[in-house]
Design a protein around this ligand. Structure first.
Ligand SMILES: Nc1ncnc2c1ncn2[C@@H]1O[C@H](COP(=O)(O)OP(=O)(O)OP(=O)(O)O)[C@@H](O)[C@H]1O
Ligand SMILES: [Mg+2]
Length: 239
């Protein structure tokens, strides 16, 4: 990875695009702490985060999803949204002994929040299904809902559209737009569908061979000769 530099404003939706193997997932892994950069700096909310462990970056409000969603398959959909964050009362043995009513109140609040999130992503009708039974698209919606439990400032979605039907994808992007507008969350998403990028994103950053090739308004960027060439080159190489 070289010449790979960009900054994102808050409350924006940016697409990270480029041919297969361009380095998009690697950028996600670097930003979210899953791999440490050998050189270069990463800042989030004016503080350096390069080299921090993933959970520290997560706690600062920067959350990522995976190209293949990771649900707890045997747990129900709602249970997937009720995994207790670590700073809550129920975690601590002494607080459980001393303040049972506080824990009951917390559980109740967790349940309500989980219900609200399910309503938001329109999965309430599947509340008690095992998460493993959801379709690919429904899993992505559940994954988005799970990121919201952490009250993020920025969410990175790796190929949210892969293998999901257009109706569910539209719904996912409506959710993204609502979160940007109403909660000021920033999104960075990897997406191969250029129509969707042009329709739903404020900006597109194109990567090729580990570096940033173009950066700007989606419709403008994807029409640039060097970008078309990068995609065609990739296709030729793959035969
Ligand atoms: N830690 C690493 N060190 C060196 N090379 C790596 C590392 N991680 C990934 N790569 C290589 O970097 C290249 C880019 O991979 P990456 O998964 O980031 O591509 P991508 O743009 O997400 O592609 P796709 O669209 O297929 O998901 C690949 O050739 C991969 O083998
Ligand atoms: Mg990838």
């Amino acid at each position: 990875m070289r010449d790979c530099s960009f900054s994102l404003a808050s409350a924006t939706i940016t697409a990270l695009i480029g041919p297969n193997g361009a380095g998009k997932t690697t950028v996600f892994n670097l930003i979210s702490g899953f791999i440490a950069p050998t050189s270069g700096l990463i800042h989030f909310k004016d503080e350096r985060i390069d080299g921090l462990a993933p959970y520290r970056i997560f706690r600062r409000g920067l959350i990522r999803t995976f190209q293949v969603p990771r649900q707890f398959r045997s747990m129900s959909v709602i249970e997937n949204l009720m995994i207790v964050p670590s700073d809550q009362a129920g975690e601590n043995f002494w607080s459980a002994w001393l303040m049972p009513s506080r824990i009951a109140a917390q559980e109740e609040a967790n349940f309500r929040k989980a219900q609200e999130l399910l309503d938001f992503v329109r999965l309430s009708h599947l509340r008690d299904e095992p998460a493993g039974n959801l379709s690919g698209g429904q899993k992505k919606l559940l994954e988005l809902a799970r990121t919201l439990l952490a009250d993020p400032d920025m969410i990175m979605l790796d190929e949210p559209g892969a293998g999901i039907n257009p109706t569910l994808m539209r719904q996912l992007m409506e959710n993204v737009e609502t979160l940007r507008r109403e909660r000021g969350i920033s999104f960075l998403l990897v997406e191969h569908n250029m129509d969707l990028v042009t329709e739903s994103c404020d900006r597109a950053i194109v990567m090729n061979e580990g570096r940033v090739l173009a950066d700007g308004a989606p419709a403008d960027v994807i029409a640039r000769p060097e970008v078309l060439e990068a995609y065609l080159g990739g296709r030729r190489a793959r035969g």
